[in-house]
Design a binder for this molecule. Structure first.
Ligand code: HPA
Ligand code: ZN
Length: 344
C-alpha cells in the first residue's frame, strides 16, 4: 500500500487559512494581462497583442527562455513609481487572500534601468506597495534584487552600485534569468561584494541547469537559499549535503509544469524532497504567467502528489524557517502557524 493510502485528507480551506510565507516570486511575473493593458494605456504604450485573451494565448512555453522573452516584453509597460506600486499591491492582495502573511519578492532592476527607468523609481514604487500592504493587509515583505545572469558581471556590479543608497531597504540579492550557460560562479565576485555589504545571497540553481550549478551555488557562492533546486535530486551526495546543511529550497511546482521541467504535476518531486528531509517550500515564481498564485501551487501539488496535512504544515513551517526574518519574527509567525494547526 502506498503512503497516500494513509494520507490524511487536507482540505483546501485548511491550506488557505494556514499562515505561510512566499519566498520565490518575481514581482514582474505577477503582472496580470488586465493590468498590463491598463498600464500600457496609461503610459501610451502599444502592446503586440489586441486583447487580454490574446496575451493569455501567448503563454504556452516549452522552456525557460520561451517564457523569459515574453516576460521581459510584458515588463515594458512598467514606467512610473505608481505602476510599480500598483503591481506590488495587486500581488499582495492575492497573497493575503491565499493566507500568505509574509513575502520575500524578487525584482529585476536591469530589466528597467536598461530601458531608461531609474533604479529609484522602481524602488520607490515597490516600497510604497510593500508599506501599504503591511498597513492595510498585515502582510510583511522584503525585497531581493536579482541580477540577470544572461548579462555580464560588470553590469551586475553597476547595478550593485545603483543599489548602494537603498541597502537598508534590501534583504538580499539573487540570480535569475537564463540559467544554462550562466553558472553561479560567473557572479561569485559580485555576490561576494553584496554579502560584504550585509545582504543575503540566493541563486536560481538546478531549475534547468545541472547539479554542478547547485554545487557551485553552495560551495563557491555560499548561498543562503537555493531557488528551485529540482535537479539536485539527480545527485545523491548533493541531496545529502543539502539535507545536512538544512538548505531551504524555494520550489515552484506550477512554474516547473509550465516550463516543462516536469511532464505532469503527478511526477513533481516535491513530496520526494520532503520525504528525503530537504527543506522544501512552495512558491508561485511568476504567478501571472504560470497559471496560479501561492494557494494554487499548494493545492494543485497536494492533489497531484498526495501531500498529507502534515506535509502541508511542514511546507508552511519551512517557509518561515527559511525566511530572512529575525529569530523573534520567525517565532511569532511559527506560533501563529502552531495555533492555527491546533485549532483546526
Ligand atoms: N527562472 C529564471 N529567471 C526568472 C524566472 C525563473 O523561473 N522567473 C523570472 N525570472
Ligand atoms: Zn524564479
Amino acid at each position: 500500500m502506498t503512503d497516500t493510502a494513509f494520507a490524511t485528507f487536507v482540505s483546501p480551506e485548511f491550506v488557505r487559512g494556514l499562515p505561510k510565507a512566499e519566498l520565490h516570486m518575481h514581482i514582474e511575473g505577477s503582472l496580470e494581462p488586465e493590468l498590463m493593458f491598463e498600464l500600457a494605456q496609461r503610459n501610451g504604450i502599444t502592446l503586440p497583442y489586441a486583447s487580454v485573451d490574446e496575451i493569455r494565448a501567448a503563454y504556452a512555453f516549452s522552456n525557460l527562455q520561451d517564457f523569459l522573452d515574453i516576460y521581459y516584453q510584458g515588463a515594458s509597460v512598467l514606467q512610473t513609481a505608481e505602476d510599480f506600486k500598483d503591481l506590488a499591491l495587486a500581488y499582495f492582495r492575492r497573497l493575503a487572500a491565499d493566507g500568505g502573511v509574509h513575502a520575500e519578492i524578487f525584482f529585476d532592476p536591469q530589466t528597467h534601468t536598461d530601458r531608461g527607468i531609474a533604479f529609484g523609481v522602481v524602488m520607490e514604487g515597490l516600497l510604497a506597495g510593500m508599506d501599504e500592504a503591511e498597513r492595510t493587509l498585515g502582510v510583511t515583505s522584503k525585497l531581493i534584487l536579482c541580477f540577470l545572469r544572461h548579462l555580464s558581471e560588470d553590469a551586475a556590479f553597476e547595478t550593485l552600485e545603483l543599489a548602494k543608497p537603498w541597502l537598508n531597504k534590501l534583504a538580499g540579492v539573487g540570480l535569475d534569468s537564463s540559467e544554462v550557460g550562466h553558472p553561479p560562479a560567473k557572479f561569485a565576485r559580485v555576490l561576494r561584494a553584496a554579502r560584504d555589504l550585509g545582504l543575503k545571497v540566493v541563486a536560481h540553481a538546478g531549475e534547468e541547469g545541472p547539479p554542478a550549478y547547485v554545487w557551485e551555488a553552495i560551495d563557491v557562492v555560499k548561498v543562503d537559499r537555493i531557488d528551485h533546486g529540482n535537479r539536485a535530486l539527480e545527485d545523491a551526495a548533493l541531496t545529502e549535503r543539502l539535507v545536512r546543511d538544512g538548505t531551504t529550497l524555494t520550489v515552484c511546482p506550477l512554474s516547473n509544469l509550465k516550463l516543462c521541467g516536469v511532464p505532469s504535476l503527478d511526477v513533481h518531486p516535491l513530496k520526494r524532497m520532503l520525504d528525503l528531509g530537504l527543506k522544501a517550500t512552495v512558491n508561485s515564481d511568476d504567478p501571472a504567467y504560470f497559471g496560479g498564485y501561492l494557494l494554487d501551487n499548494y493545492l494543485a501539488t497536494a492533489a497531484a502528489v498526495g501531500l498529507t496535512r502534515d506535509d502541508v504544515v511542514t511546507l508552511a513551517r519551512n517557509s518561515f524557517e527559511g525566511a530572512f526574518l529575525t529569530q523573534a519574527e520567525k517565532a511569532e509567525r511559527l506560533a501563529r502557524l502552531d495555533a492555527y494547526v491546533a485549532a483546526h
